[in-house]
Ligand binder design. Structure first.
Ligand code: EPU
Length: 421
């Protein structure tokens, strides 16, 4: 597996273009299952997860052509609505085919994703919602079998215990072809959920409240194919903002949706980072020193869990302590032992990590088994003295398009080297 070799010490300066949002593209690609015909998705990021989703759709019998940032999907009736373990184990988001398949075919067999590096991540809320709409759910041999005895789902009131992002997306996609009205209460409000509602409506669905915690879906008889450009990736943008600030650089991020970045921008500003809108972009500049500030992750519009690791490394460079609390996933501090190996002083007590700040970091060989944790180690490598090898770039390739090129364009000394680990 490839590694990234980083020589620390460069200030990031210049402009960087932000790619389309991974977590918006994945459910949107699955929406193609809902309507036969030729779909065209633009501004799709060139990522391993997108290719995995393409493979899954192909396994289901759809035609998928990926060319640059355009993905064309030729959708036709699925002979066997099955998502096999081989693909689901590579990417949990494969579970996003469940809602569209059940809506369209009244049945689906999808491998259970199981736990992952950041936590147990159950899908009970997805299944509870489908049951409320008239589906029967059975687990066998590691698969979830969903059958709708009446053939078509029926609208229902669904109260989610937690505002799950992919759960809301699955249930919204299931409800669009159901008979009658579905109301999702305590729905996830993430911009990616709102984006999926927008795309489904373009396909002929009747959804109101996307982006709020109550989403109403009036079922329709059928949908049509869509041509759509995906919103920018707020987490990729946030990661470059953290990297710019950690290196005390000055970077213009181009092609961002600032309204999706407000919680991150507010937190960076509290720490003393200058974050300003500039045209269709955002400029991030960091005077030295920055202040240590506390952060607690929360569902949107709170501070995103997907930015926690990157913010933590920024806080390692700030003056004064900060307490970072992770409330979404129970095991999302895997970057901490690696940051400590590089010289950071971080103490974990339950869900809270106390970061001492301003300890000099030194380059090391480091590794993380989660995408965002890996991103924080890259930022650590940028600020550390000497050479850092971030092993298993595999994880970064799942969610960051051409990260070494983008950082290199900002002046970082970073290269991809073939590795044995
Ligand atoms: N949860 C349940 N039951 C469920 C579903 C979720 O208890 O049925 C719990 C989870 O265990 C977790 C919380 O609810 O504690 C929130 O999980 P959520 O379902 O919202 O997460 P997800 O939909 O599996 C998406 C993103 C993640 C991101 C989270 C939180 C995609 C494909 N993935 O996951 O992105 O961290 O929302 O915002 O949209 C990443 O991109 O690196 C990533 C992990």
């Amino acid at each position: 597996m490839d590694n990234l070799r980083i020589q620390g010490g460069a200030r990031l300066e210049g402009r960087v273009g932000i790619s389309g949002a991974k977590n918006a593209a994945l459910p949107i690609l699955c929406a193609a299952l809902l309507a036969d015909g030729d779909h065209c998705f633009r501004n799709v990021p060139g990522l391993r997860d997108v290719r995995t989703m393409g493979k899954l759709l192909e396994t289901l019998g759809l035609g998928v052509r990926i060319e640059g940032h355009v993905v064309e999907v030729a959708s036709s009736p699925v002979p066997e609505p099955l998502a096999p373990y081989e693909l689901v184990k590579q990417m949990r988001a494969s579970v996003l085919v469940l809602g569209p398949l059940v809506a369209r075919y009244g049945r689906a067999r999808v491998s259970l994703p199981g736990g992952c590096a950041i936590g147990a991540r159950p899908i009970d809320q997805h299944l509870k919602g489908l049951e409320a709409m008239g589906a029967e759910v059975e687990l066998d041999h590691g698969y979830v079998n969903v059958v709708v005895p009446k053939g078509r789902l029926e609208g229902a009131m669904i109260y989610l215990d937690v505002p799950t992002v992919t759960g809301t997306e699955n249930l919204m996609s299931a409800a669009v072809l159901a008979k009658g009205r579905t109301t999702l209460v305590n729905a996830a409000r993430e911009p990616e959920v709102e984006e999926l509602a927008r795309v489904l409506n373009k396909m002929g669905a009747n959804i109101t409240g996307g982006g709020t915690d109550v989403i109403t879906i009036e079922g329709v008889e059928g949908l049509h194919p869509v041509d759509h450009a995906v919103i920018p990736d707020r987490i990729e943008a946030g990661t470059y903002m953290a990297a710019a600030a950690a290196t005390r650089g000055n970077v213009l991020l181009e092609g961002v949706a600032f309204e999706h970045l407000e919680a991150v921008a507010a937190k960076l500003r509290e720490a003393g980072v200058v974050v300003e809108r500039e045209g269709a972009g955002v400029r991030v500049a960091a005077p030295t020193p920055l202040r240590g500030v506390d952060a607690t992750t929360a569902p949107h519009p709170g501070f995103p869990t997907d930015m926690q690791a990157q913010f933590m490394i920024l806080m390692c460079t700030a003056t004064g302590p900060s307490v970072i609390t992770e409330t979404i996933f129970e095991n999302r501090f895997m970057h901490v032992p690696e940051l400590v190996r590089m010289g950071a002083e971080i103490d974990i007590r339950g869900r809270a990590a106390t970061v001492a700040g301003t300890r000099p970091l030194s380059g090391a060989q480091v590794m993380a088994t989660d995408l965002r944790a890996s991103a924080s180690l890259v930022i650590a490598g940028l600020v550390a003295e000497g050479t850092t090898d971030v092993l298993r770039v595999y994880h970064l390739d799942r969610g960051y398009e051409r990260i070494e090129e983008k950082l290199g364009g900002l002046g970082a000394s970073i290269e991809r080297v073939p590795g044995s680990l």
